[in-house]
Design a protein around this ligand. Structure first.
Ligand code: CUA
Length: 315
C-alpha cells in the first residue's frame, strides 16, 4: 500500500480507486501517443526540409497532384487512434457516472467555505469525511449558498455542488489513507481555503467511527477546536500574526470590545458569539464585510458551546 495524501509530486497524486488507475492509463496513452506523433511530425518536417531542399539555382519542384494510398493512411490511422481515445474515455466516464445501487450514502452540504457530511444515522462531520475501504460510497450533495465543486484528485473525480438541487458522485477507495478534498469552483474569496479530507479506514474502524458519539470524551474546548478546524479556519485566525483573512481573529477575542460597522460597540461575550454564528450579519465588526453565512442548522448546541469555550481559551 502506498502512502496517500498530501506530499507534493511531479505527476498526479497516488490513484486511490480503480477508476483513477483507468484515468491514469488513458492519460499515459494520450501522453505517449502525443509524444510519438510529435516526433514523427516534427522529425518528418526536418528530414523533408533537408532531403528535398533546393540544391541549385533553377531547380524545379516535381509535379505531384496526389497519392490516394498515402492520403488514406494519414487519415485512417489518426481516425483509429482518436476512436480508441473516444471509446476508452467514454467507458471511464460511464463508470464514473453510473451510481452504485447499494452503496453507502452520505449527504454533503457545501457552504462558504466548509463541507458538512451527514450519515444516515445522523452522525455529522465537518471538513473530514470518513469512509470504509473497498466499499461503494455515494455522495448526495447540495449547496447552501453558491456553486461549489467536490474534487478529490486521488479519485480523479469531480462534481459541481449546486444550490437548490442535488448532484451525486461515487467512489470506491481501494487503499486506506487520507486524501485531499478541494473545492474546484470559485465560490468567493476564501475559495482556496475550502479544504477537506476523505479519510479511508478499515471496515472495523469505520463501524466504530459511525457508532460512537462524534465528540465522545472530548472537552468543550476540544470540541470547539475540532469544529473550528472544519469550518471557521478558512476565515478566522487563532494566533497572533495569523492573517485577518475575512473575519476578525479569534485570538483574545473573548471579552474584547469591538466597534461595529455602524459605530456602536459590543463586548464579545457568549451571547454575541452565539448570535454571530447563527445570524452573522446582525452585528458586523467594523472593517469587515458582511460575508459570513449562517451556521444555523449546521452546528448543534454542543458545537456552538464548544466554539465559545475554544475562543475563551485563546488568551
Ligand atoms: Cu467552494 Cu470554491
Amino acid at each position: 500500500m502506498s502512502s496517500a495524501s498530501s506530499t507534493a509530486s511531479h505527476f498526479m497524486p497516488f490513484p486511490a480507486t480503480k477508476i483513477a488507475e483507468g484515468v491514469d492509463s488513458l492519460y499515459a496513452f494520450l501522453l505517449i501517443a502525443s509524444f510519438i506523433s510529435c516526433v514523427l511530425v516534427i522529425g518528418g518536417l526536418i528530414w523533408f526540409a533537408i532531403q528535398y531542399r533546393r540544391k541549385h539555382e533553377g531547380q524545379k519542384t516535381a509535379y505531384i497532384s496526389h497519392n490516394t494510398a498515402l492520403e488514406f493512411l494519414w487519415s485512417f490511422i489518426p481516425f483509429v487512434i482518436f476512436m480508441v481515445v473516444f471509446v476508452w474515455g467514454w467507458i471511464i466516464f460511464h463508470q464514473l457516472r453510473s451510481m452504485p445501487k447499494d452503496g453507502l450514502e452520505i449527504a454533503v452540504t457545501a457552504q462558504k467555505w466548509s463541507w458538512t457530511f451527514t450519515y444516515k444515522n445522523g452522525r455529522k462531520a465537518q471538513g473530514t469525511v470518513t469512509v470504509p475501504v473497498g466499499q461503494d460510497v455515494k455522495l448526495l450533495m447540495t449547496s447552501a449558498d453558491v456553486l461549489h465543486s467536490f474534487y478529490v484528485p486521488a479519485f480523479r473525480n469531480k462534481q459541481d455542488v449546486i444550490p437548490g438541487r442535488y448532484t451525486a458522485l461515487w467512489f470506491r477507495a481501494e487503499h486506506e489513507g487520507e486524501y485531499n478534498l478541494f473545492c474546484a469552483e470559485y465560490c468567493g474569496d476564501q475559495h482556496s481555503g475550502m479544504l477537506g479530507k476523505v479519510k479511508v479506514v478499515s471496515r472495523e474502524k469505520f463501524d466504530e467511527y459511525l457508532g460512537t458519539e462524534p465528540y465522545k470524551g472530548m472537552t468543550p474546548v476540544q470540541i470547539g477546536q475540532k469544529v473550528y478546524g472544519g469550518a471557521c479556519i478558512a476565515c478566522h485566525g487563532v494566533k497572533p500574526g495569523d492573517p485577518q483573512n475575512q473575519g476578525p481573529s479569534f485570538y483574545k477575542v473573548f471579552g474584547r470590545v469591538e466597534t461595529l460597522a455602524d459605530g456602536s460597540t459590543v463586548t464579545v461575550d457568549e451571547n454575541y458569539i452565539r448570535e454571530s454564528i447563527l445570524n452573522p450579519n446582525a452585528k458586523v465588526v467594523k472593517g469587515f464585510n458582511p460575508i459570513m453565512p449562517t451556521y444555523a442548522g449546521q452546528l448543534d448546541e454542543a458545537e456552538i458551546m464548544g466554539l465559545i469555550e475554544y475562543m475563551k481559551s485563546l488568551q
